[in-house]
Write a protein that binds this ligand. Structure first.
Ligand SMILES: [Zn+2]
Length: 332
């Protein structure tokens, strides 16, 4: 058979099969929306939660959607780089509010934290003022040493210094080194790149915006970080809150620009919220606060309510019964 005839025959045989494999009109699956995002694979160590002085070192995969102001962080197990331990989804709010969803094991259950995480920094301020008050009573020499060690200045002043230095290329990208000191304590020592292929300033400034949302730095440091662009490929970051400070080290292994399924920045469909028992509860009758574990429980149609005393439990039950009666009476 001549070649053109062979081809023609093959096509006639193949075409129906090809057509059949195409989705029928009106029956097309919704196309998953893809977003341009930056993806960073990194190793982070020194995260809080380390045991026996051994710094926790984990593999993390970070995806930043700078347009939607969302972030996805996959954190793998300390001992197993392939076992997803927790998935974090962070959504920037309009003002200062941030919502963080944590999904243990990346499964369909999540915890939700919502609010202004910079509350951390306000608590730190309160704590520092208290420390300064105590230190004031020390002899001069000790006072000076204590203030230096704690990074405290008279009247709670925070002096922030930003320095830029040259740095060698990292992962094939040109870099600069940024050092930020707060009262002589280095809070950021990072090798940054602004030359992410195909990325705009939007994404590179989003990285620090993320830190702004995490309540990791003081207002004074955040002020100086305004307008700084760049994605750290290597960084040591010291987090100071009212709790003991800690330093985390981040080392990027890979940085790419990718099209990512938009759904990956959202909670999986059908995900269920985990409600944890609060550590402290307030008695709804008298307003007294106490450790939830030590409080009495009253079961209501809205769930368990914690009360501080027998008397308050009785009062609550009386109110519930009363409300129930009223409702019954109101119904025709
Ligand atoms: Zn009470």
């Amino acid at each position: 058979m001549p070649l053109h005839k062979v081809l023609k025959t093959a096509l006639t045989l193949l075409l129906p099969a090809l057509l059949a494999s195409l989705p029928a009109k009106g029956n097309t699956q919704p196309v998953a929306k893809k977003l341009k995002a930056i993806r960073i694979e990194q190793v982070t160590s020194g995260l809080p939660g380390s045991t026996a002085g051994k710094p926790l070192s984990v593999r993390q995969v970070l995806s930043i959607d700078s347009v939607g102001k969302r972030l996805r962080l996959e954190q793998y197990s300390p001992g197993d780089e392939k076992a997803l331990e927790t998935l974090y989804l962070l959504h920037w709010g309009k003002e200062k509010e941030t919502t963080i969803f944590t999904l243990p094991g990346g499964e369909k259950q999540y915890r939700e934290y919502r609010g202004d995480l910079n509350e951390n920094q306000r608590n730190r301020r309160v704590h520092e003022i208290e420390q300064l008050r105590i230190i004031r009573g020390y002899p001069a020499r000790e006072r000076k040493l204590a203030m230096k060690k704690l990074g405290l200045r008279k009247n709670g002043v925070r002096e922030v210094n930003v320095r830029w230095n040259e740095a060698a290329d990292h992962l094939g990208l040109p870099c600069k080194r940024l050092t930020v000191q707060e009262n002589d304590i280095t809070v950021i020592d990072a090798v940054l790149t602004t030359s992410v292929p195909g990325q705009t300033a939007d994404t590179t400034s989003s990285y620090f915006e993320m830190f702004r949302r995490l309540g990791v730095f003081s207002e004074e440091v955040l002020d100086k970080l305004k307008g700084i662009e760049g994605i750290p490929l290597k960084a040591e970051i010291t987090v100071i809150t009212e709790l003991p400070s800690y330093t985390i080290s981040v080392q990027a292994r890979k940085l790419t620009q990718q099209k990512i399924d938009e759904a990956l920045f959202k909670l999986p469909p059908g995900a269920k919220k985990i409600i944890d028992t609060p550590a402290e509860s307030t008695c709804p009758i008298c307003g007294k606060q106490g450790e939830t574990e030590r409080m009495g429980r009253v079961f209501t149609d809205r769930g368990v309510v914690y009360v501080d005393s027998e008397a308050c439990a009785k009062e609550l039950q009386r109110q519930i019964k009363g409300a129930g009666k009223k409702e019954k009476n109101r119904r025709p």
